[in-house]
Design a protein around this ligand. Structure first.
Ligand SMILES: [Zn+2]
Length: 303
């Protein structure tokens, strides 16, 4: 993904490890081989995996530079963390995430604000790092803005709850230490990230994937043609722009999550608004366009 310029704002992406990874298309509920074959005809080939039953996704973060603030959006899985159950694939990672951030010219101290779209463990991991056996905030000068609704929900889940494995370990090692440090700011819908930069960066509540799920808008100068939305996990893959009923089966509120996907597809088709999803494969950034009777995702970077 080439850096995106929205007026005075610059948006960059950096990966946690290697960028694209493959997942079985069957991970998406409702995505049969025949359905995928039909959708693949109008899906950008960069979203398809190396075999007919595979799709590419990615683990990455975004940096939004407003000229005043360096804002980090969603912090992947993190290093050295104990992960079990559904998150066992992220157990004890050792990636040069901060080295990849450095390639953008930024040190941890340079990050002013950390924004989490929601509190699943693959979006909060680098909130903290291990230092002398203790979890400490990775970004010493940052305010961390997190959903109060998600904090309340995930802080109190019993082990028998289906969402427990997605969040409980990360709540303890990636959320609680930030709360205890005093760097956390719990927020609700509509929160402006910095009033001094006008209405340029704000949260919109979008419950479904998690109860407190939010998307983050960046709009420079109030101009509709300078608008991007960090959509987190409202969508996991461009195939869902073509068929919003497809999902990974990990939404806390499946009906709200479906409504959210339908809303985004309808509201932003052919508007020029850039969508920046947390797991769309390289080149990641793109727009919803009308195509035939339906919609599709068009990457900004040409094929
Ligand atoms: Zn995710």
């Amino acid at each position: 993904m080439q850096p995106i310029q929205l007026g005075d704002f610059t948006i960059s992406k950096f990966v946690e490890s290697t960028g694209n990874v493959e997942v079985p298309a069957a991970a998406f509920v409702g995505l049969s081989d025949a359905r995928l074959a039909a959708l693949a005809r109008t899906l950008d080939p960069r979203a398809l995996g190396s075999a007919a039953h595979l799709l590419y996704i990615s683990m990455h973060s975004f940096v939004l530079r407003t000229g005043r603030l360096n804002i980090l959006i969603d912090t992947c899985n993190g290093n050295d963390k104990t992960r079990t159950g559904i998150m066992a694939g992220m157990h004890m990672l050792s990636h040069d995430y901060l080295g990849n951030l450095a390639k953008l010219g930024l040190k941890p101290e340079d990050i002013d604000v950390v924004l989490c779209t929601h509190l699943h463990s693959d979006h909060v991991g680098w909130n903290t790092r291990l230092e002398n056996g203790q979890w400490v905030p990775t970004f010493p000068n940052a305010r961390y803005l997190m959903s109060e609704i998600d904090i309340d929900y995930y802080g109190g889940l019993p082990p028998s709850h289906p969402q427990y494995a997605l969040t409980r370990e990360s709540y303890d090692d990636s959320i609680l230490p930030v709360l205890n440090s005093g760097q956390a700011e719990l927020i609700r819908t509509g929160h402006l990230v910095e009033r001094e930069i006008g209405n340029g960066v704000w949260f919109e509540g979008c419950p479904g994937h998690t109860p407190g799920n939010m998307v983050i808008h960046a709009q420079c100068g109030g101009r509709a043609d300078q608008h991007a939305i960090f959509t987190g996990d409202v969508f996991h893959h461009p195939v869902q722009i073509q068929d919003p009923t497809l999902h990974l089966g990990v939404d806390a509120g499946p009906e709200d999550a479906l409504s959210a996907r339908r809303h985004f597809v309808e509201a932003y088709a052919d508007t020029g608004t850039i969508l920046l999803a947390a797991h769309f494969p390289t080149p990641t950034a793109g727009r919803v366009v009308r195509q035939g009777q339906g919609t599709a995702f068009q990457f900004l970077d040409p094929l």
